[in-house]
Ligand binder design. Structure first.
Ligand code: ZN
Length: 312
């Protein structure tokens, strides 16, 4: 009798193990939208794809738009196959059909990553601005919504008039945690040094931040706002899971790209992306995560790709 129960238990355990392994093997279907940007999208989308796929968690397709100024009417996207959409696009308007499908995707609980200058896009598209929470440039001003910044333990919404979006000169800066318990950043250091990057400031928008994860102080000495700026957060938009990172200004070449090579950028992106797609984070905190006293880089995506091949 005992052996029968033990046998059954073993079978159940084996089934669970197989189910877990199968789940672990099934990558998150991801779509990166790119093709127009005031940034170096030719490099950034390749780097994003490498970061995501080298983790073993994601399988990435690319939606490449026509060039700026070209006919956009055939840029019709199908979001249904995807659990994650990564926005690396700042350019001409999408066709109405694509806009409607994207809003439907979000409202139906889709996972979205808003990456860097994607929050510059579409200043006049109401729903898009609700999806990004905060945006900058492209004519944004007090009509776009309040300034949102962190002051004395809370998020301030400041309706004073002025431009939306600016940044001082690129520099290294300290990221400060504002929500230790959120699964995206649970276990990560409360303070960590981010590699040389732009520090977006004076962003404006609906300001529907759900969970503020990290801020950084934008020093006037570097041309900043003198405020504690919200740089990484999730957005409150119905059932959607939206991860917004303002980090990761793309360098000129794949090798000279410190903001995207920063292990802190990569790890927060990966954790935010997994959370956006699944609502959970299964990734362990890696040993190379930066601390408050040292920067860490993942230099070469190509090496990572080679290592992956070697393992096979
Ligand atoms: Zn930039």
């Amino acid at each position: 009798m005992r052996s029968l129960i033990q046998g059954k238990l073993l079978l159940v355990m084996a089934a669970v193990l197989i189910a877990c392994t199968a789940a672990a093997r099934k990558p998150i279907k991801t779509l990166i939208i790119t093709g127009q940007n005031n940034h170096n999208w030719q490099v950034s989308h390749v780097v994003l794809k490498e970061i995501l796929e080298n983790s073993g968690l994601f399988k990435v397709d690319i939606a490449l738009s026509p060039e700026k100024g070209q006919d956009m009417s055939n840029f019709i996207l199908d979001f249904k196959p995807y659990s994650l959409v990564v926005l690396d696009y700042n350019g001409d308007s999408w066709p109405e059909e694509t806009k409607t499908r994207f809003v439907d995707y979000a409202k139906n609980g889709g996972g979205i990553v808003v990456y860097h200058a994607a929050d510059n896009a579409f200043p006049d598209w109401y729903e898009y601005n609700k999806i990004i929470g905060l945006g900058g440039w492209e004519g944004r001003n007090e009509n776009s919504g309040p300034y949102v910044y962190f002051h004395e333990g809370e998020l301030i919404k400041d309706t004073s008039p002025g431009i939306g979006g600016s940044h001082g000169k690129q520099h290294e800066y300290m990221m400060l945690s504002r929500n230790d318990n959120h699964p995206i950043i649970n276990g990560l250091p409360n303070r960590w040094a981010h590699a040389r990057d732009e520090l977006y400031d004076r962003m404006r928008g609906p300001g529907n931040i759900k969970d503020l994860l990290y801020t950084a102080y934008s020093d006037k000495e570097t041309g900043g706002s003198g405020r504690e700026e919200p740089l990484i957060f999730t957005v409150d938009y119905g059932d959607a899971r939206i991860f917004h990172t303002m980090l990761g200004h793309c360098g000129e070449t794949i090798d000279n790209n410190p903001a995207m090579q920063c292990a802190g950028f990569q790890v927060t992106l990966l954790r935010g992306a997994e959370w956006a797609a699944t609502g959970k984070v299964t990734q362990k905190v890696p040993a190379d995560f930066p601390t408050s006293s040292y920067l860490t880089y993942r230099y070469d995506y190509m090496d990572m790709a080679k290592d992956k091949k070697k393992k096979k």
